[in-house]
Design a protein around this ligand. Structure first.
Ligand code: LHQ
Length: 268
């Protein structure tokens, strides 16, 4: 995939040394989603998913925010009779987006550089590892406008932070600081703002040198564990370990261990 930050209007995408970095780029609107940003992000993720040379992905936001969810200026209703079908918006845009993040067969890091509100929060939480700058915050803003957490929020939140905190976040819509988010296990790690992108890049660069197929299988197993019972999960681990054991990277990992050298994983 070409490294070209100029091909899109509402996002930028760069590819370097096996890492794709996507930046949501509507900073004057706190990177909230309009239809074009959905289309462009979908196209970028599709390209990245199909490119075996890309072995890790980072998603971040331009300016002072990560993403404020849906662009509400697109959603102003003209009269009392307007009854929009928001389910259609979810079917067309948000659900395919979070599905593609969960299904991506490579690690996806969210580098949350500022406020992550509404769908913006849940899109970050749909990534595999969430890093946040200390000035970042997480808001389930939906309840303030009469909506429910979408983009997987009602599924992800109770699993990440437990029932009470999930309901508190969803029903009150309070701003959760990055400190609180780290303490609750909503995110992987909180970093000083100036270190967020350097650390996210370091982490992505590391992941891009790891056994990509194995990481994808880990992700698949973890995803399935959310709905499987223990017996089914053991069966799935057996099946996926069988696949992992047939990768070149497993062979290389064992060989490198025996030879007491660093492994050179190719992602195959
Ligand atoms: C925005 C937005 C925004 C447009 C800031 N839209 N301009 C799915 C299905 C279909 C429809 C509905 O939605 C969904 C999913 C959802 O995501 S629903 C939830 C939508 N998001 C929200 O309700 C969050 C709205 N934003 C806010 O509450 C605040 O902006 C937060 C708390 C995120 C940040 O507050 P501040 O740091 O005080 O910034 P600000 O409010 O001053 O915003 C800066 C600018 O960004 C401002 O524009 P302006 O021209 O006045 O400088 C805002 O209007 C604009 N902006 N969010 N979602």
């Amino acid at each position: 995939m070409a490294s070209d930050g100029d091909a899109f209007e509402t996002i930028t995408v760069t590819v370097e040394a096996g890492v794709a970095e996507i930046t949501l780029n509507r900073p004057d609107k706190l990177n909230s989603f309009n239809t074009m940003m959905h289309r462009e992000l979908r196209a970028a993720l599709k390209q990245i998913a199909g490119d075996d040379t890309v072995r890790a992905v980072t998603l971040t936001g331009a300016g002072r925010g990560f993403c404020a969810g849906q662009d509400l200026s697109d959603r102003v209703m003209s009269g009392a009779d307007d009854a929009p079908d928001l389910g259609e918006t979810l079917d067309a845009h948000y659900n395919p987006l979070v599905r593609s993040l969960r299904a991506m067969e490579k690690p996806v890091i969210a580098a949350v550089n500022g406020v992550a509100a509404g769908a913006g929060c849940n899109i970050a939480l749909a990534c595999d590892l969430v890093l946040a700058g200390e000035s970042a915050s997480f808001i389930q803003a939906f309840c303030k406008i009469g909506l429910i957490p979408d983009s997987g929020g009602t599924w992800t939140l109770p699993r990440l932070v437990g029932w009470q905190r999930a309901l508190g976040m969803a029903m009150l819509g309070d701003k959760i600081s990055s400190e609180q988010a780290e303490e609750w296990g909503l995110i992987w790690k909180r970093l000083p703002d100036a270190e967020l992108m350097p650390e996210a890049r370091k982490l992505a660069a590391h992941l891009a040198t790891q056994p990509t197929k194995g990481l994808a299988l880990i992700k698949q197993a973890m995803n399935a564990s959310m709905t499987n019972d223990f017996a089914d999960q053991l069966d799935l681990e057996r099946d996926l370990q069988r696949v992992a054991g047939r990768t070149a990277d497993y062979r290389e990992g064992v060989q490198a261990f025996i030879e007491k050298r660093a492994a050179r994983f190719t992602g195959a």
